[in-house]
Design a protein around this ligand. Sequence first.
Ligand code: AOF
Ligand code: ZN
Length: 407
Amino acid sequence: MQTSFQPQETFMRRAFELAALGRGYVSPNPMVGCVIVYQDRIIGEGFHHQYGEAHAEVNAINSVLTPNATVAVLCRQTGLKPEDLLRQSTLYVSLEPCAHYGKTPPCAKKIIETGIPRVVVSCGDPNPEVNGKGIQMLREAGVEVHEHFLEQEGMETFRRFFTHVTKNRPYVILKWAQSSDGYLSRSQGKPCLITGKSLQVLNHAYRVEEDAIMVGTGTILADNPRLNARMFRGKQPLRVSTDLHGKILKYIHTYLTENGLPDKPSPELAGKLPLRFFDRTQRTLLFVDGTRFDEYRFLADWPGLGNESLKIVPVKVTTAWPEMAAAYLRGLQKERIGSLIVEGGAALLQSFIVGDHWDEIRVFISDKDLGGGYAAPRIPPSKPYSFAQYGSEWVHVYRNKASDRLI
Ligand code: AOF
Ligand code: ZN
């Protein structure tokens, strides 16, 4: 036993639940939850709500100090003030309290100043600025700390954050839909709706949980996708694509010429580009061949239907697909993207699979056969994680064994 007291699982599990409420809003920071317990009763709860804002511990401490019925009744029963309750409480937090001055002052310092005598931590914080220093700071101040409590469970909420910090790239989810006989479409580049409405809603629920969504050139040109989460409330992901061989550029120039439109952006041309990807209704990023970067500048200046940013990012083009996937991930890490869903097409998915640049694969499987066509990627050696049925359709989830080991 590490401490003179025995932590209780139910309180840490509540901290995990609270942590998950930050999903979609805190990345690339971790989702963190915290509860404060006085004599087996939760008197305060908090979680990290929004990137750059207060951390979980501070919100939990403030929730005890903000007038509320639970604390008021306890204070009346015990004759103590809320500050006194804190000085006799145990704080459960899913991640090691931070020790650094970041966008907010260190949580370890706040805990010490508040006089909380016992802290239970699930996972250590791999951020080099913290990495054990938070726990050390607490112990040096005389706080009793119980570490590694329900650590494996806690790690589930930190998969994205740990990948971002330790592998220096976003957490990568590959997602595709296939027919029951394993085809993506009847033929390459010809879109067809594979799965039904309920999986479409699920897909949008998935999209709001991640920072970015990427599709390849072929998908942009064939499907003209919106890449948003219109069937689910939440934050819209950054949409990402790539135009290594100028095909999208050529398509746009051809469209402008055929429609007698100039290629010089002006206010009256707002929203006149042919592809939804460029409509500026959502933050958007396009990787292009670095040697042709200047040819794309007019797109970034083109007014859209909305005012969201469109960023053109140059990359060095090589014929090695996995290297291109790695280049995209480097570019997205620079943009502080903590997680990415890659939704196809097959070539883009394959470049992430071959380079082993992925953490999760989610396959949507329809109940209909296509009877032939363009085959779905093969699942590489992996750990089957879950198989769920939605009506007559299925979602199979696999995890990368290697990333599981690292985390
Ligand atoms: C905690 N509790 O709730 C979170 C922590 O830029 P800042 O100041 O928000 O700091 C971000 C870093 O702080 C993040 O990378 C991670 O190491 C830690 N996040 N720590 O004690 C929290 N969200
Ligand atoms: Zn903190």
